[in-house]
Write a protein that binds this ligand. Sequence first.
Ligand code: URP
Ligand code: ZN
Ligand code: ZN
Length: 457
Amino acid sequence: MVDLIIRNGEVVTTDGTRRADVAIVSGKIAAIGVDLDVRAAESVDATGKLVLPGMIDPHVHMGIPIKDTFSADNFQSGSIAAACGGTTTILDFTVQSAGQSLREALDERILLAQDKSHIDYGIHVNITDQPAQRLGEIEPLIKEGFNSFKAFTTYREAGMMIEWDEFEAVLRQIERGGGFLMLHAEENRLIAADTKRNISAGHTAPIYHPRSRTAEAEAEAVRRAAEITGKIGATLYIVHLSSERGLEAGLAARRKGVNIILETCPQYLLLDESCYLQPNGHWYITTPPMRKSADCEALWQAVANGDIDTIGTDHCPFTIAQKDRYGDTFHLTPNGMPGVEQRFPLLYSYGVRTGRISLEKMVDLLATNVARIFAIDDHKGSLAVGMDADVVVWEPDEEGVISAETQHGNADWSPYEGMRIFGRNELTLLRGQPIVKNGEFIGRNVWGQLLRTKSTL
Ligand code: URP
Ligand code: ZN
Ligand code: ZN
């Protein structure tokens, strides 16, 4: 007798897609097979539907302070939006204030997520203030199961940037402990000069965002970071890669043997800098900016040929009121956009259904490989016996349109407004518990759990 059986769906793993039943007991996958001969307390007919692992978003910012405000989703609203888009795990970042220890920052973030997130969550340790005498804080956190760190090579004025010598010291320490560093790679020296020149000339319209934060600034930071990483023999994860030049810099380092992991986001695949010329162009201010359509194409090719390892969202929504506060001035507008709900529908519609990538590749980029990189693949990221029953039943053919009216987070606009999508979230389970049914969130009494990396479980 099993708790739930999902019958006759097209079960997708990175190895292939085959018709099968999925049986669930006590929140875990108990069996996968054709016409399983078991009795079940509950049965779902998935004939003609895709059955996929719950997706994992490696890059979200719930309630992060940016400029003089906070991103509009907290763990509750953001996790509901994520669940409606088939994501059952989010990985967020600590926010370290000046002088605060990494542990305090981590404890604070865990408290924000606990009993608020309706899906499972992990936390990357963001290092924004790490003087040499406190480098010893890093290793104990890795031992406790927090092995992914994060740093910015920009945002100096916001107090979030680490200098290149600090980057090297931090990376050495992380490597020693067995963790890895995620990097927002933009060379601040170039950005500061271009931003100053544009503002002095009175060029503050949204299109000056990409003209102040150039592809070359991204590429230069990737090159510098990769060189140091190679010297140390560490592992570097580049977040939200936005440009062909940045990609080339990452791939050149990889060819030289540097252990470099590359993430991009749907906005860099599907939107280009023409969005900044639209009437509400400042709503699209996110960092790094959207680029030329040739950059989108280069990134799509990299996604298809395996050069890109993961697709996150960098979900960091602001409402229209927050975006409008300083008119359309590019450098005062809070940077970030919503996306956690749309990642899987967009990749399915514009990646799989257009033939750019296979269904299996999509599952790898959005779930299986993310779980492997962040060392939670012993229970997350794929459909196999013994894994958490994080499952999405997806009706593949229903057509819809993305609209702020129907999305679930706190943002009242969408960068993808009006884009046509295929598919509907029929059912999403978190460890066997239904949290979405027929596209609507039903998991208000279901709570996410904090994830730690597998070596310490
Ligand atoms: O503009 C963005 N992406 N805001 C969130 C913080 C970051 O840089 O990832
Ligand atoms: Zn960033
Ligand atoms: Zn981010």
